[in-house]
Write a protein that binds this ligand. Sequence first.
Ligand code: GDP
Ligand code: MG
Length: 596
Amino acid sequence: MIKNIRNFSIIAHIDHGKSTISDRLIQMCGGLSEREMSEQVLDSMDLEKERGITIKAQSVTIFYVSQKKERYQLNFIDTPGHVNFSYEVSRSLHACEGAILIVDATQGVEAQTVANCYTAVELGLEVIPVINKIDLKTANPKQVKEEIEDIIGINAIDAIECSGKTGVGIINLLESIIYNIPSPRGNNEESLRAIIIDSWFDNYMGVVSLIRIKNGQLKKGETIQFMNTNKKYTVEDIGIFTPKKISKTTLFCGEVGWIICGIKKINNIIVGDTITSVKFPALNPLPGFKKVKPQIYAGVFPTDANQYVIFKEALKKLSINDSSLFYEIEQSSALGFGFRCGFLGLLHMEIVQSRLEREYNLNLISTAPSVIYEILLTNNQIIKIDNPNKFPKLNIIKEIREPIAKCIILSPPDYVGNIIVLCNKKRSKQISITYYNRQVSLIYEIPMSEIILNFFDELKSVSSGYASLEYEFHKFQISNLVKLDILINSEKVDALSIIIHKKNVQYQSRKLIEKMKESIPRHQFDVIIQASIGNQIIARSTIKQLRKNVLSKCYGGDISRKKKLLKKQKIGKKRMKKIGNIHIPQETFFSILNMD
Ligand code: GDP
Ligand code: MG
């Protein structure tokens, strides 16, 4: 019955207890035995296997009998994957009427608490504040409530106090969910409309999608149509996760579940599309999701050119599970054929690269990430550049604009001095600084290119780990930038070019070259690295030739040592690309990221 359904997401800053509370809810109301509980939930690898390649967007259906003895169906969607990208969170929230905002009673409000809560509020969800970890001695729920009211600005008088660890307060949380979160709208008699929240590719079943039925009902065996692409399919199987994958014959209005239509060929973006029935089609699709724009771009290349085709197929499959991933063919004279990929941030880039390597058995090398630049040409045309190599000739550039992020940093007052010093080094502009009881909120405008270097790590290090950061694209702004080319033994290596700020360009390029020098192994000949702007060399360094052959050390020595050494060298060769006759490892491309 629709009036007894509650759909909600759990949002929180990282480590505040999202997973622990989810597990606790499943344990108290879920369809798992004690033994399965420890096998399935706590060991998510099992779940991962069962569901196919990923459990990025976990949805779980549980049944709760309230204190008034009424039975409720609760569908909760764990905010998927990398929580620091509010886009992933916002997709889950689209499928819900409410959100549980968990705040650690010992840590208080942090940057992601604020960002995720605002996303929920913007989407019109009922937000239930929850103070977790009250079992800890240092818990201070009263102060955290004040912080929620001061910093976020939502009412927290009735915030639930609980502990995911001991289970205290969890019943109050369940009761609050059924009283405060509205039941879904719509009814079973309307024409079917279901929104696709997430999809992933399973080698046996093809595309599996997570959907939320907004209107009508969906039956196994019926013919459905994707409203944006007009593609028709037969529903092969549908069901829910409890978290076990359970098949059902019908998904009713308001429910969240999975659907399999035997889709093996992927040509369209599926996430965000609306499913309707062919027999009684709906007139209009549901509004899809706001399209996200990648914030950083990098060239990704297989180290073995023969892997190009597998790589292409892998990207195609992965992108149905990750619609924020962008890619297009890129050809580099140094690295050969690969793809220019767009990511939401560095963490996203790391995750994608390691998923591609792990799940598709690839060996990849990527260039330093670059932000997107807006360039005004002398003919007044504006172009966007996501690749340093596509930078136009200097004489036709009128103006270069770089992306600026708006950042919110939350920190205890003790570290504010350090943080300001750090931000000043990053060409930033302070917008505001507000003191609350235990936390200070600093708002800054910082060039995106500075943030994607190691700003986050530096922020953590100057604040002993206490400061938290959240940022989003704000605007393009004129900036004094140049393209720096790198030459190795006098050959320009296109894949190593970067865009940097003119201020300190001498110093920066010398440091960059030193970092590169550290990363490139010695060869049988001297390797000269140079940095240039246009035709002017501004920095230079030499990697001296190798004197002795590695093996000569073992000459006459025992054979096993020789083998060991060769094996070590082989491992060392991983993620290395031969450019001309010089071996360049992954770290060389990331030198700019490793400068402090
Ligand atoms: P998530 O990143 O939000 O999913 O956080 P987790 O659920 O993984 O929890 C982060 C850490 O906090 C883990 O070490 C948990 O064991 C611990 N934790 C979570 N809830 C509680 C709680 O209520 N009390 C205590 N003492 N520890 C908790
Ligand atoms: Mg977690």
